[in-house]
Design a protein. Structure first.
Length: 109
């Protein structure tokens, strides 16, 4: 949930409409500059921002926030996603048996 008036104020834009236009311009600028590559800070984090913000998000997650690492990337703090769940480390071992571990739908028809 965002307070758009406050966000517009801290980004020094003239209200939510101007913020929306500025946001659209930032995205278009990034895409046209061919920087539209994935940035792990944004894609592999649950929260990005000030230390206080990241700690608050971690606290609000309760039990789900425990064990998630808080780190610093550039000038921002990040709350990392938890490590890979069960099965991620076994992909190479399971790859050989995967074709034998499934049924085609027409077998049961």
């Amino acid at each position: 949930m965002l307070n758009l008036d406050t966000l517009a104020e801290v980004t020094e834009t003239n209200g939510p409409e101007a913020l929306a236009r500025a946001h659209r311009d930032w995205i278009e600028e990034t895409l046209s500059a061919e920087r539209g590559q994935r940035e792990e800070m944004w894609t592999k984090s649950l929260a990005v921002g000030s230390e206080l913000f990241v700690q608050k998000v971690q606290e609000n997650l309760g039990v789900r926030g425990m064990g998630r690492g808080v780190g610093v990337t550039g000038d921002a703090y990040v709350l990392r996603e938890s490590p890979a769940t069960y099965g991620g480390n076994f992909d190479p071992e399971n790859r050989a048996i995967a074709p034998n571990n499934s049924f085609f739908r027409d077998v049961f028809s």
